[in-house]
Design a binder for this molecule. Structure first.
Ligand SMILES: C[S@@+](CC[C@H](N)C(=O)[O-])C[C@H]1O[C@@H](n2cnc3c(N)ncnc32)[C@H](O)[C@@H]1O
Length: 201
């Protein structure tokens, strides 16, 4: 599989946009999800670990999955995280881990996955009964967030109502949204939602 983040990985952690976004999303997760020291967390599309590193201090473990070795190499280099963070380069939407977690979180990765229904099904299958999701991504936008021709972008954000329907279909309940951050770009402003929900009724 082509590593679409090979170039971006080089300066991801010093990019103002990535840092501000991940701080906004990480803060929203910390403020709205009860994290406890016995929790096992899955970070989908963990990248260089900007979200993982904010959550890891408060839980038992974070399994960071991504399909980009270049992004994950940056995460592996953060040796202070080694004790709590397991790094796996795998597309779990096609090849599940066979483990169950208390929380599946994700930041700005879902728009890179073509089949949203299957992705949410896999999130559910990676969760213990009663487990939670905390998923952040762009609200529906006009396609100007990414540079024209950017590869691997399958969704121009997500409509909250449509996304909720997909969550309900996969058995999630207590669905609630908040705006975690708004990216101000040259071509407009782009709100980023954080959706929280529970597996089961
Ligand atoms: C915009 S970056 C966000 C990285 C990180 N979550 C952050 O907030 O800094 C999107 C990440 O999703 C990853 N990704 C794309 N498709 C994926 C898939 N099917 N499974 C896991 N990760 C994926 C990319 O490789 C990339 O690292």
């Amino acid at each position: 599989m082509t590593d679409l983040f090979k170039e971006k990985a080089k300066d991801w952690d010093v990019s103002d946009r990535a840092r501000q976004l991940s701080t906004g999303i990480g803060t929203a997760i910390l403020e709205n999800v009860v994290l406890t020291p016995n929790m096992d967390v899955l970070d989908f599309g963990a990248g260089t670990g900007l979200i993982t590193s904010q959550i890891a201090p408060f839980v038992k473990s974070v399994t960071a999955v991504d399909v980009s070795e270049s992004m994950l190499d940056k995460l592996r280099a953060k040796v202070e995280l080694n004790k709590k963070v397991v790094v796996i380069c795998q597309d779990i939407t096609a090849d599940p881990l066979g483990q169950k977690y208390d929380l599946v979180m994700s930041a700005m990765a879902m728009h890179h996955v073509k089949d949203t229904d299957n992705m949410l099904k896999q999130f559910s299958q990676h969760l213990k009964e009663g487990g939670q999701i905390a998923l952040a991504d762009l609200d529906a936008e006009d396609g100007s967030f990414h540079k024209e021709g950017t590869q691997g972008v399958f969704h121009n954000g997500f409509d909250r109502e449509e996304f909720s329907k997909a969550l309900v279909k996969e058995g999630f309940s207590q669905i609630r949204y908040l705006t975690a951050y708004t990216v101000i770009g040259e071509k407009g402003s782009y709100p980023v939602f954080l959706v929280l929900a529970n597996k089961g009724g």
